[in-house]
Design a protein around this ligand. Sequence first.
Ligand code: AMP
Length: 216
Amino acid sequence: MILVLLGPPGAGKGTQANLLAKKRSLVQLSTGDMLRAAVAAGTPLGRKAGAIMERGELVPDDVVIGLIAERLDQKDSGGGYILDGFPRTIAQAEALDHLLAERGTTLDKVIEMKVDDDALVERITGRFACAKCGEGYHDLYKLPKRAGVCDRCGSTEFVRRKDDNEEVVRARLKAYYAQTEPLIGHYRKQGKLRAVDGMADINLVQKAINQALDTP
Ligand code: AMP
């Protein structure tokens, strides 16, 4: 099964992709995570992408398409892929269709996570994660049970994404509405789009996504 999770920053794509990947033995492919790894490693690509990401703009299509193409050729797909944060432009969506066709496969479904715009900034600016295991937290909605200690691994170090501040979030939302939202129409035309309410509780959203995947 090959899926795309579509929605603005803060919609919960990463959280839901992570849960789905575990449940359905799928590989989660996040271009944001790949780019952040390149930034952390200080590769030439990372240096170029880092500055763009800090402004909340989109990295050029050829760069992310190249990353995904390379990744699709690694033979660890298990039961398939969940693409989280890719595609983000019509050119990327067309390239994805092409890459999959070349590999004799096709996209099964696109899940659109619908969220209330006003909630997004609050959701994003409050989020942080364990530096060691990546468990996600939020200043308002999900603090560690013991202050300063990760529930999952016991680490006491936490990180916040550099681009999760209000000014950059606004730029990221602008990029989403200008460049990514048109993908909704693209996938609706292909008959692959299914929408879920992304404002509900994490487990309810997961249930709705699974229902959408299990219904033809
Ligand atoms: P994300 O973790 O998906 O929110 O992505 C963080 C940042 O990485 C975005 O604001 C973009 O600058 C960049 N990025 C991630 N995925 C893509 C993509 N598919 N196309 C262009 N830029 C991307």
